[in-house]
Design a protein around this ligand. Structure first.
Ligand SMILES: [Ca+2]
Ligand SMILES: [Ca+2]
Length: 337
């Protein structure tokens, strides 16, 4: 089996990278592919197992939402669209669905998918398992109107997160021509197992660098002693369109927690981290009850395939840098930038 099975043991809670897509549909239950069950063996192809975790549930996810577009914030769907400053003037996004067929060669394997504005900003990541030679994946708000866009995918045979010649890794690529009037339901793009290894501009993406510019992310919480035994729910997303690149849950022990998010961070970018301590334990974020937090990453730009390391503290921040409610995001809103 290929794919991005976590398996990082010890005290690391493992969430998933790029989970914004397929999962969102069922709201509070999260659904397949949002985050990994502790000890799971990648049945959805997207989850990391946290073997021997001493930090409690690892990446159980879903309950915190945040990983789909379908959850509703405290005030209903409409408030999803008003949180981030600039939503009135920013670019518009619609859903992007990938319909894949002709992949019998990869039956049972997991494809890691990235969509981005051509050569630039990642607007969605995710994983899907090939069943019957086919799979489907939806990127919520994953298509930017009037933009040339790319979809690339990787079957990572050796699981190192890179595409390398000689590893047996398989990739593919499609170029999505700019469209300013996609169908109401969003854009649908059919792909097949084309084994492409370069972009339309001739740039190789099987080049031993982090695939699609996505790095792992390690997040450590410290100074949470007042919350020992509580559950922390965490999401990291791109500012570009609010697509969630990683999420998970962990139990706070010894005043801290840790997440390892596979492919959870795009190089060169400032990325948002939202979290809350679920004081009343109902799995939902409420500003009056629960303790929220927020921080931006640095625009980490390593040349190697190494994780970005972030430390978060109990900062009680309730709004993002652009005025989005932490609770709205944690409850499943993909706020429009
Ligand atoms: Ca590889
Ligand atoms: Ca709560």
């Amino acid at each position: 089996m290929s794919g991005f099975v976590g398996g990082n043991g010890g005290s690391t809670a493992t969430g998933t990278a790029g989970t914004t897509g397929a999962a969102g549909a069922t709201g509070s239950t999260g659904g397949v592919g949002v985050t990994g069950a502790a000890g799971a063996t990648d049945t959805a192809g997207t989850s990391g197992a946290a073997g021997g975790s001493t930090m409690g549930a690892a990446g159980r996810g879903g309950s915190a939402g945040g990983a789909g577009a379908s959850g509703t914030p405290d005030g209903g769907v409409s408030t999803c669209e008003v949180g981030d400053a600039g939503s009135a003037t920013g670019p518009s996004f619609v859903d992007l669905s990938v319909l894949a067929s002709g992949f019998p060669e990869h039956e049972g394997e997991t494809a890691f998918l990235v969509t981005r504005v051509a050569g630039d900003q990642v607007l969605g990541t995710g994983s899907a398992r090939v069943t019957g030679g086919a799979f489907m994946f939806r990127f919520p708000k994953g298509y930017k109107l009037s933009a040339n866009q790319e979809i690339l995918w990787l079957f990572d045979e050796d699981g190192d997160g890179l595409c390398r010649e000689g590893d047996g890794d398989h990739t593919g690529y499609v170029f999505v021509n700019a469209s300013d009037s996609p169908p109401p339901g969003g854009l649908e793009v059919a792909i097949s197992d084309n084994h492409a290894r370069t972009t339309s501009r001739g740039f190789s993406f099987c080049n031993n660098t982090p695939f699609g510019d996505m790095l792992d992310m390690d997040i450590t919480g410290i100074g949470f002693d007042a919350h020992n035994g509580r559950t922390v729910h965490l999401v990291t997303r791109t500012i570009a369109n609010g697509a969630v690149f990683g999420s998970g849950d962990a139990t706070i022990e010894g005043g801290g927690f840790a997440f390892h998010l596979r492919k959870g961070f795009q190089r060169f970018t400032y990325q948002e981290i939202f979290f809350f301590i679920d004081i009343d334990g109902d799995g939902r974020c409420a500003s009056e009850t629960d303790h929220t937090g927020y921080v931006l990453t640095p625009a980490f730009t390593p040349t190697m395939n190494m994780p970005v390391k972030m430390q978060v503290m109990d900062n009680h921040v309730a709004l993002s840098a652009r005025g989005a409610s932490v609770c709205a995001v944690m409850n499943g809103c993909q706020l429009a930038p």
